[in-house]
Design a protein around this ligand. Sequence first.
Ligand SMILES: [Zn+2]
Length: 568
Amino acid sequence: MVRFYGNTIGPFAVIGCEPRQARKGAAVAVDSGAECGWWSCHQITFFSEFRIMSYQVLARQWRPGDFQHIVGQQHVVQALTNALNQQRLHHAYLFTGTRGTGKTTLARILAKCLNCEQGITATPCENCSTCQDIREGRCLDLLEIDAASRTGVEDMRELLDNVQYSSNHARYKVYIIDEVHMLSKHSFNALLKTLEEPPAHIIFILATTDPQKLPATVLSRCLQFHLKNLSVEQLTAHMEMILQHENISFEAAALEALAEAADGSVRDGLSLLDQTISHGNNQVALSDVQALLGLSEQRFILTLLKQLQNHQGQGLLDTITQLAQNAADFHQVLEQLLKTLHEIAKCQVVPEYPCAETIKSIAREWGKEETQVYYQSALIGRRDLPLAPTPRSGFEMIMLRMLAFSPVEKSSPPPPTPQKKTTPPPQVQQPSPSANMKDQATPDTGWQGIFPKLALSGMAKTLASYCIMVENAENQIKLLIEPNQAMLVSNEQRQTIEHALREYYEKPIKLLIEPGTVHQPSPFHLAKQAAEKKQQQAIDIIQNDPNVSTIVEKFDATIEKGSIVAID
Ligand SMILES: [Zn+2]
């Protein structure tokens, strides 16, 4: 559907991509009436300042149209192909798996396989009118319902009342119900009634991230397929293939970092890739990815482990300083460290275990006992971390304990002896600016007060950190996100944050996230500013300290600014 907006700077329009995913240089696309409300006039004007060109986000553009192009999930594809070739059909299929692994994509391909006019097949012809209609999303016999939305539930009732009517044109009337676990009890009962005596022309394809919430009666009537999270290798290879096709240059390490951050989800991975491309001016460099991910600690963890392996005590402390400068949460860093050590241990026992190349190389170099000792140290460290004076010092001690236990190889060079002229890494006690800020700005009502208390991690946390709160009503919260980060918004992430808000307030809350001009600093910016300010204050204090000055003069020493550490 093409729309023109006459009331903005020049008319513009188009394309089949969701408006919230449009980005700088992309046409604002509006392909359904329902989505029109997403953009205010202001934002439409904002985008109209850019050259209009056809652009689809990568996840859409590269959504597979047939089984051959599905990334990973070979076990599911094989089972479905066999069933289709042998015409063993079921009335209800259930696809389970975490977000962005391809559940609805598989469902649409299956619908095409069932309805291709050339016959039921695992390789639909793509030419008949039904294949075309399904591909273009206008097949009247393919009904998609998102059970997570309220309208989904209302549609559901009406829809199940109408199942007895035959299909319009296609062989089967196919119902795809996404996030099926969200259906109301009433809807489940109606669905169950249909599943017990399904009309011959009806096929249900259900998808859910949370199969445990489905009634056993529904589960038992479905043929279930579980979609696996994608490995870092699979995601990296997929991104590499896309970038080669798109003629965009990239660094291999950048793709690996993106794949790790995507945490098994193709959609998240491609969304991050999209962002990196727009940040990095049409190329994908590791530095851009690191800047984009910001909050991702995995890179640091791998650096720490390598330094541990090489007995680089000073290096370890430097990396921890960098983590602190990035306002890292040391509890989370420790969690991540444990996860990584677990991966290494698995990799050592099962060499073909799918994991990142860096982890594999560490796994090869370490002894199994070594990994166990480190893991044990980290585990005990996690127990004791709350008792440490600061999370950072606690984390430092954990790493130093690991270093003390790590075996020194005879062949490796001895650790460098500290030079006598270097001043010891000073630690500065000073008030935390962020704590002051919180006191002044009514902590629990502002987003910067609520955000740190929400149980969020990964993409959802990154997304929330770019937001500010513009409405906090009884049962509804509205966040604004910077337009250039709006691509991070997906329904799953929104639901994750909504869920965290419900837990925090202990009441039902509806969350809206809209792109818009963010007129106050987001938690991301506040954390960045606070870390920079704190570091500068620490440097100032050290440089002006009379004792330090005496040492500098007496021993002809220099202050290594990088070694100055602001502590909480
Ligand atoms: Zn066909």
